[in-house]
Design a protein around this ligand. Structure first.
Ligand SMILES: Nc1nc2c(ncn2[C@@H]2O[C@H](COP(=O)(O)OP(=O)(O)O)[C@@H](O)[C@H]2O)c(=O)[nH]1
Ligand SMILES: Nc1ncnc2c1ncn2[C@@H]1O[C@H](COP(=O)(O)OP(=O)(O)O)[C@@H](O)[C@H]1O
Length: 237
């Protein structure tokens, strides 16, 4: 064995974790998908800060870190967020320190954030950020899910739908697009993306048959596979 670290092939050095950013309209099913996808996995899920009121059943420190606008602003000033954005009247932000720590120890990190914040992560982290846009099968179905969840007033639902319409038109900005129609299929798509991106850190001759299958599946989820007309159809249906 050599003691010269530079002689160790790159892929045998400690692996850096993947930074996966899940984004998409409010109510599209991001939380539901994330729970199923990450169940039983040792992934670091980033708990965001927010100035919004806790909903019944939400736990401080687990679902969100609930803070006052002043505390949020102080963290912004201290450059403590990887990204932050306002959404329908409240502020949301991803604290940066725990993320860098997890990536450095080789743990995959998943963020579940709205689109503007996802774009900030893309601008700041470049190619390292794996952006996944979760798409509803149609706007009608998105409305049904928002109404079914019964956490928002009708006025807030309209605001969220208006915002969703704009975000769907920007779907090409993301590396992958996963349609959340059939839940199982969408979860399987997310797993394929994660496996495929991990394989990308290895030379091709080390890929397992599962890695190869995941790479092929993930290729079908690349955003460039969708046309503008496909996106328009979702917005109009
Ligand atoms: N930019 C950004 N968005 C976030 C963050 N945390 C949550 N969000 C997003 O903010 C939006 C509103 O979240 P929330 O009020 O919990 O409503 P819900 O996702 O519709 O249940 C959702 O799209 C979340 O994904 C964050 O740290 N940064
Ligand atoms: N594939 C799906 N088919 C039908 N309903 C779904 C699906 N995925 C999620 N839902 C439902 O849609 C609603 C919104 O999901 P949620 O995970 O809270 O969305 P988000 O985190 O994106 O705001 C929930 O009531 C959830 O049970």
């Amino acid at each position: 064995m050599t003691s010269d670290p530079s002689a160790i092939p790159l892929h045998h050095a400690a692996r850096r974790g993947l930074l996966i950013v899940m984004t998409g309209a409010s109510g599209v099913g991001k939380g539901t998908l994330r729970e199923q996808w990450l169940a039983g996995q040792d992934v670091f899920y980033s708990t965001s800060w927010t100035t919004r009121e806790a909903r019944p059943g939400e736990r401080d420190g687990i679902d969100y870190i609930f803070v006052t606008p002043a505390a949020f602003e102080a963290k912004v000033m201290a450059d403590g967020f990887l990204e932050h954005a306002s959404f329908v009247g409240n502020s949301y932000g991803t604290p940066i320190e725990p993320i860098e720590a997890a990536l450095s120890r080789g743990q995959d990190v998943v963020l579940e954030i709205e689109v503007e914040g996802a774009m900030q992560v893309k601008a700041r982290m470049g190619d390292e950020a794996i952006l996944v846009f979760i798409m509803p099968p149609s706007l009608t179905e998105l409305r049904r899910r928002l109404e079914g969840r019964a956490t928002e007033t009708p006025e807030r639902i309209e605001k969220r739908l208006a915002r969703a319409r704009e975000e769907i038109r920007e779907a090409h900005e993301f590396r992958f697009v996963v349609v959340n129609d059939d839940l199982e299929k969408a979860v399987e798509g997310l797993r394929a993306i994660q496996t495929a991106e991990r394989a990308r850190q290895l030379p091709e001759n080390e890929w397992t048959p599962e890695d190869r299958a995941a790479r092929l599946r993930a290729d079908t989820l690349r955003s460039y596979a969708l046309s503008d007309a496909d996106l328009q159809r979702v917005v109009e249906s």
